[in-house]
Design a protein around this ligand. Structure first.
Ligand code: ADP
Ligand code: MG
Length: 636
């Protein structure tokens, strides 16, 4: 053979080092990965053989075999699946053939525990072999190979380089030969292997066979001793029942089996938060098995984040990442759908256009929402919300038909809850509303702290009206696109009209009207001084401790955060003109109004206006000018 030495892609070397350390406590996962890969390779070939039966005719019975060889200290995992060409072996085993590798490495923290979770999500798969091996040899032959010289050997000690080249090989499929480290001899032990393999292959739909010593009962006329002294005989024994998990009855499946299957499907190393397994008969027949992960993938908000379900037709694997069955806001859902209602040769394009796909998507979306509703009644929902809440918030806008169901699943912080964790549902809020309250009040800000201390809340707090507090990027967009929940309008507390009407008693209303007349002159002075900079000046009904705030006519004011975001994306935004609200009983406003000199009053007005902007937006267009005005007033 003409083997060539190659250097691993740098990322691979880094990962290998990391792996050796971080997965140390859970070494046997390499078996899961290798069995999983073998099963994937068989699924892929099975699929191709639907249209090209010749590919499998010489060896039609798919299986995975595992054999320990104590003498040579090797463990071999073999499959008669798709196999690899030399190029494929170099590409798939020598590089990380997935997008976003760079991103992944940037996310590494050096904290072994955190990183190993990341690795889990990343699906480092094959490389886990090096946890227990000093050397790994891969022998393979692609199902598409025409002759025996197209066999492939790939070999590495997992330290920076690998060698690969063509070798003769007569049968298709792959042998992964692990040269087991001296310290890991347990993995050559039949009993130990059986225990681990059973766990990882119960849900696999092809036979998994382990090479074991054959037990033979003494025959007639033979005594025990003779049997013992005879050379041990070995044979392949099937260890799983090779029935695809989802085809079994949910009643017979243990939670551990569901969890293992999830790990096989998702390359996550953690158990899922919850799952739902449904078999539906009737007009549209399908089986679905859907999982909610415990942790968001690091690329959840990455545009080319791959997602979607595995699609099976008549129990035959058809494709991965079929995103047509889930709306985008549920892109974190993992799992599969198996249906008889689609043709075996369905392509992504056909899926896109198929009415069956649309029906399935609708049904599966409902299933996920029901599953989340159930989860929302448990403690685990907090975990879910912290990981996926921001994605779910895309739902009410993306999926009009399920708007209310998704809105019910959202959680917010609020002025009554005293926590930056979001616990409050809209139903909670509505239940707590005083009878006279008609609207749902909310505030968007740049951070929880900014929201909590916002001057806009002063009156509402005093009146005991709960306000939902929001500070995530997606919030402003969400609230800009939904109008109501349960017949109650959403009103931002920055709106010029809070529609508090019925909540104020007659006396308060009267006081406020009086205030408008009483302070007419102050308002007029502010208007004069500020001119075009403001749209209007009014006496505020919402302030208690703060001298001033800015509001927008219809409440459609943009937070500074949103503005920065839009500006960064190259949009030109007109300067916003606000309504300035003043608190005439505040000492600062009183002091300003006592100033007779027009020039100095203008400085006070400017200061009070800029303060309102600063409190609202956290930054000013021209901070130096603000400082100058302030200094001139401080110096008297
Ligand atoms: P993943 O399975 O998530 O793609 P792995 O690291 O486990 O990542 O495997 C990398 C790639 O190597 C696979 O996608 C596949 O192309 C190839 N591969 C691994 N094992 C086998 C096998 N037994 N037969 C064929 N191809 C394999
Ligand atoms: Mg894999």
């Amino acid at each position: 053979m003409s083997a060539t030495e190659h250097g691993f892609q740098t990322e691979v070397t880094k990962l290998l080092n990391l792996l050796a350390n971080s997965l140390y406590s859970n070494k046997e996962v390499f078996l899961r990965e290798l069995i999983s890969n073998a099963s994937d390779a068989i699924d892929k070939l099975h699929f191709l053989s639907l249209t090209n039966p010749d590919l499998v005719k010489d060896d039609p019975n798919f299986k995975i075999r595992i054999r320990a060889d104590k003498e040579n200290h090797t463990l071999t995992i073999s499959d008669n699946g798709l196999g690899m060409t030399l190029e494929e072996a170099n590409q798939h085993l020598g590089t990380i053939a997935k997008s976003g590798t760079e991103d992944f490495l940037k996310h590494m923290t050096g904290d072994a525990q955190k990183d190993s979770q990341l690795i889990g999500q990343f699906g480092v798969g094959f490389y886990s072999s090096f946890i227990v091996s000093d050397k790994v040899t891969v022998l393979s032959r692609s199902a598409s190979a025409k002759s025996d010289d197209e066999g492939v050997m790939w070999e590495s000690a997992g330290e920076g380089t690998y060698t690969s080249g063509n070798v003769p090989r007569s049968q298709r499929g792959t042998d992964i030969i692990l040269h087991i480290k001296e310290s890991e001899s347990e993995f050559l032990d039949s009993w130990r292997l059986r225990q681990a393999i059973t766990k990882y292959s119960d849900h696999i739909s092809v036979p998994v066979e382990l090479y074991e010593e054959k037990y033979e009962a003494p025959k007639e006329g033979e005594d025990d001793k003779e049997v013992k002294d005879a050379a041990p005989k070995f044979e392949y024994v099937q260890v799983n029942d090779a029935k695809a998990l989802w085809t079994r009855s949910p009643k017979e499946i243990k939670p551990e089996e569901y969890n293992e299957f999830y790990k096989h499907l998702s390359s996550d190393y953690q158990d899922p938060l919850t799952y739902a397994h449904n078999k539906v008969e009737g007009e549209l027949e399908y089986t679905s098995l859907l999982y909610i992960p415990r942790q968001a993938p690091w690329d959840l908000f990455n545009r080319d984040n791959k997602h979607g379900l595995k699609l099976f037709v008549h129990r035959v694997f058809i494709m991965d990442e079929a995103e047509q069955f889930m709306p985008n806001y549920l892109r974190f859902v993992k799992g599969l759908v198996d249906t008889n209602a689609l043709p075996l040769n369905v392509s992504r394009e056909l899926l896109q256009e198929s009415a069956v796909t649309r029906k399935l998507k609708k049904a599966l979306t409902k299933r996920v929402l029901t599953m989340l509703d159930k989860l929302s009644k448990t403690d685990d929902y907090k975990v879910f919300w912290s990981q996926f809440g921001n994605v779910l918030k895309e739902g009410p806008v993306e999926d009009y038909s399920n708007r209310d169901a998704v809105l019910k699943l959202l959680r917010f912080a609020s002025t009554t809850d005293n926590s930056s964790e979001m616990h409050v549902s809209l139903e909670d809020y509505v239940k707590r509303m005083p009878e006279k309250q008609k609207n749902i009040y909310y505030l968007t800000a740049d951070s929880y702290e900014a929201a909590l201390n916002s001057p806009y809340l002063e009156q509402l707090k005093q009146k005991g009206i709960e306000v939902l507090l929001m500070w995530e990027r997606v919030d402003e967009w969400l609230m800009g696109n939904v109008n109501e929940f349960d017949g109650k309008k959403f009103i931002p507390v920055t709106a010029s009209d809070l529609e508090l009407g019925e909540l104020q008693d007659a006396e308060e209303q009267k006081k406020q009207e009086e205030a408008q007349t009483e302070y007419k002159d102050v308002v007029e002075r502010f208007k004069q001084a500020l001119g075009d900079k403001v749209q209007d000046v009014r006496v505020s009904a919402r302030l208690i401790d703060s001298p001033s705030c800015v509001v927008a006519e219809n409440g459609a004011r943009m937070t500074a955060q949103m503005r920065r975001l839009l500006e960064a994306s190259g949009q030109k935004l007109p300067d916003e003109r606000y309504i300035l609200e003043i608190n005439p009983s505040h000492a600062l406003v009183v002091k300003a109004n006592a100033e007779q000199d027009a020039g100095r009053f203008a400085s006070w007005a400017e200061l009070i206006f800029q303060q309102a902007l600063l409190a609202d937006q956290g930054t000013l267009k021209d901070p130096a000018a603000f400082v100058k005005v302030m200094d001139s007033l401080l110096l008297g």
